[in-house]
Write a protein that binds this ligand. Structure first.
Ligand code: PBG
Ligand code: ZN
Length: 325
């Protein structure tokens, strides 16, 4: 009888020896949401165990992540005041600047990646400034992104992560950083970002849902695989140091194709809606949550991701510890 595939599944040791893809704590980036205030820990209704944190609480959470073994966080700011251009993001006293400074002071070795976009800061919730017709003005937004990148850089960001899908954003940010003495600061571009329903819970967390229209004018059509690769390769050409596919789970094919076409590190963003779905299934007792979670993580690695941005990061560390890895 044909038993070729069973021979290497005969024992746990043989199973371990022949494992192709591995997940490690080094792969994880943990997203955190900063707000002004003190002692604030607001749980997001659609994201159990994810909180808006005031800076004092943010520092505690970052330290706890670091002691769990996490090397990097992805920081989002939610300002007190939103306006048409997103002024808070352009101020060195704004929420992301203050939070970055506090984190770098409290935990200098923990990498702080900063999300670079305007949708959390504008009153209309779009990812840039609007033109007279109410559409996002690409080139005016590029000027503001360059300013915002310098705010992050001066606050001590370890990597700026433009997420707004403006054409030319990586080139504009790279130029601004280089002209201002930040030649060594890397850019992780949200290079291929789809217009996805899976961002819904995040928009609750960041209070950043667009007040009119949607983001299909600048985010990608989920049907377009070739364009997805072109978007990422364009950002590579403009000087991105790392690329990203977002969301992660519904776009594993894109990650695999990109892996075969670039030599840069690739991150996947396991987004809020993906997190919410697994948590909902756990709550309802529908699946073996721990196993489903680890299976999801290894799928990202198998598809070719080097890094996984995930709200599950601390849970994953815990599960890796428990499995003796
Ligand atoms: C900001 C941004 C978004 C996410 C990351 N950065 C939201 C959006 O584009 O609406 C989504 C992350 C998630 O859903 O977890 N541009
Ligand atoms: Zn945005």
């Amino acid at each position: 009888m044909f038993k070729r595939f069973r021979r290497l599944r005969s024992s746990a040791a043989m199973h371990d020896l022949t494992t192709q893809t591995r997940l490690s704590k080094d792969d994880l980036i943990y997203p955190l949401f900063a707000v002004f205030g003190e002692g604030v820990r607001n749980e997001i209704a659609s994201m159990p165990n994810v909180f808006q944190l005031s800076i004092d609480e943010l520092v505690k959470e970052a330290r706890s992540a670091q002691s769990a073994g996490i090397k990097a966080i992805m920081l989002f700011g939610i300002p007190n005041v939103k306006d048409a251009i997103g002024s808070d993001a352009l101020s060195d006293r704004g929420i992301i600047a203050e939070a970055t400074k506090a984190l770098k002071k409290a935990a200098p070795d923990l990498l702080v990646f900063t999300d670079l976009c305007f949708c959390e800061y504008t009153d209309h919730g779009h990812c840039g400034v609007l033109d007279k017709q109410g559409r996002v003005d690409n080139d005016a937004t590029l000027e503001n992104l360059a300013k915002q990148a310098l705010i992050h850089a001066k606050a001590g960001s370890d990597c700026v992560c433009p997420s707004g899908m403006m054409d030319g954003m990586v080139g504009a940010i790279r130029a601004a950083l280089d002209e201002n003495g930040f030649e060594n600061l890397p850019i992780l571009s949200y290079s291929t970002k789809f217009a996805s329903a899976y961002y819904g819970p995040f928009r609750d967390a960041a209070q950043s849902a667009p007040s009119f229209g949607d983001r299909r004018g600048y985010q990608m059509n989920p049907a377009n695989a070739r364009e997805a690769i072109a978007e990422s390769l364009e950002d590579e050409a403009q000087g991105a140091d790392m690329l990203m596919i977002k969301p992660a789970l519904a776009y594993l094919d894109i990650t695999r194709t990109l892996r075969d076409q670039t030599n840069l590190p690739i991150a996947v963003y396991n987004v809020s809606g993906e997190y919410a779905m697994l948590k909902a299934a756990q709550k309802l007792g529908l699946i073996d949550y721990d196993r489903a979670l680890m299976e999801t993580m290894i799928a990202f690695k198998r598809a070719g991701a080097d890094m996984i941005i995930t709200y599950h990061a601390k849970e994953v560390c815990d599960l890796l510890d428990r499995s003796g890895q």
